[in-house]
Design a protein around this ligand. Structure first.
Ligand SMILES: *Cc1c(COP(=O)(O)O)cnc(C)c1O
Length: 370
């Protein structure tokens, strides 16, 4: 019996192998590996896709968050409110910019930042709200944008899991002062290595990210600010240009797969983080998460049934050893802490077959005894 893999990138790349090879060969011909023409071309094309005024590419999602926070003028002495139930990079970006992350709980139904908790976390030091579109579902932005406007705060989106997802017709990452993207290989839009980008409506913010990603310089050997090296490689930009053309079709495949799981597993397991929209446009299904009692045992039994699963994430940020210094005790965020031992991500990726999904659903039924 073959295993149902959690993810199979080979399957995703096989149909576009020729396109990827051609893009790579063009890079070899050009031989301009840093800031070659594909970098600007990808930024232009991703900006058009996003409906964003400016896109600046960087070398990872973490650097996208770090440089966006810095470029927005947020640093030491400033607070950024965000959720504890996320990948640690959301919080590390704030820390690397020198600012202080102020963590709040997630909401039970979506496992995303609890909008009801934001206002209570705002103080005179608060400069921004960092929203994470977790698992691919775009957060309901209306009330958050309104609160930010009323309180004079900036809004930043961590859109690392939500490329192509929409709220109110607009794309995740283009709903705020800065949208931060990761193109880590497993994301909905992934490079063949590390990559990231910042989308912003503000010309000055885009300019500062451009400076910060390249030694504080946009003109050779003239350094306006202290910067670092967070550049996107030409090769990755060229490959991303190819893959961007397939993003919508891959997202539709994820959405269809998620619908199929929901039909098969209704009443069998709890399925949080459902799409709000009937057409799922608000949810690009980066992950398909179910909620079960005895999760570790369920995961073990699923493995015995030949199904790979993962957990996103087994420990919220405030309980990570590295973040102990932030001073949040165990018990502080009960919704996240309850979720961490019950959530389980099932295989879902463009190209997963219905037969594989049937095997996953049957295994879930057997394991949970329904
Ligand atoms: C993947 C991810 C990141 C970090 O992206 P990298 O490219 O790995 O640095 C940040 N936030 C979230 C929510 C992610 O899923």
């Amino acid at each position: 019996m073959t295993t149902v893999p959690f993810l199979d990138l080979k399957r995703q790349h096989e149909p576009i192998r020729k396109e990827l090879e051609t893009a790579f060969q063009e890079c070899l011909d050009e031989s301009f590996y840093i800031f070659g023409k594909s970098v600007e071309a990808f930024e232009r094309e991703f900006a058009v896709y996003q409906g964003a005024k400016h896109v600046v590419s960087v070398n990872s999602g973490l650097d996208a968050i770090t440089l966006a926070v810095k470029a927005l003028g947020i640093g030491p002495g400033d607070d950024v409110v965000t959720t504890t139930h996320t990948f640690i990079a959301s919080v590390l970006g704030v820390l690397q910019a020198g600012a202080t992350p102020v963590l709040i709980d997630c909401e039970r139904e979506s496992l995303a930042i609890d909008p009801g908790e934001i206002e209570g976390a705002i103080t005179a030091r608060t400069k921004a709200i960092l929203v994470v579109h977790l698992y691919g579902r775009v957060v309901e932005m209306g009330p958050i944008l309104e609160l930010a406007r009323d309180r004079g705060l900036l809004v930043i989106e961590d859109a690392a899991q939500a490329h192509g997802g929409r709220w109110n017709g607009q794309l995740a990452g283009s709903l705020s002062d800065a949208g931060c993207f990761s193109f880590y290989p497993t994301k909905n839009l992934g490079a063949l290595g590390d990559a990231g980008a910042v989308a912003t409506p503000h010309a000055d913010v885009a300019h500062r990210v451009r400076l910060l990603r390249n030694y504080g310089s946009t003109q050779k050997y003239l350094h306006e600010v202290i910067g670092g090296n967070s550049r996107l490689d030409t090769v990755q930009a060229a490959l991303l240009r190819v893959k961007l053309r397939h993003l919508d079709e891959w997202n539709r495949s994820r959405q269809a797969g998620a619908r199929y799981y929901r039909e098969r597993l209704e009443g069998v397991v709890e399925m949080p983080c459902r799409p709000r929209e009937a057409d799922s446009s608000d949810h690009v299904c980066h992950l398909f998460v179910v909620r079960v009692k005895d999760r570790d045992k369920v995961a073990r039994r699923m493995a015995e049934e030949g199904v790979q699963t993962q957990v996103h994430y087994p420990l919220p940020v405030h309980l990570q050893p590295a973040c102990e210094f932030l001073g949040y005790p165990r018990g502080r965020f009960p919704v996240s802490e309850a979720a961490m031992s019950e959530i389980l991500s099932l295989p879902l990726f463009p190209g997963i077959t219905r037969e594989e999904q049937d095997r996953v659903a049957a295994a879930v039924r057997r394991v949970v005894g329904k």
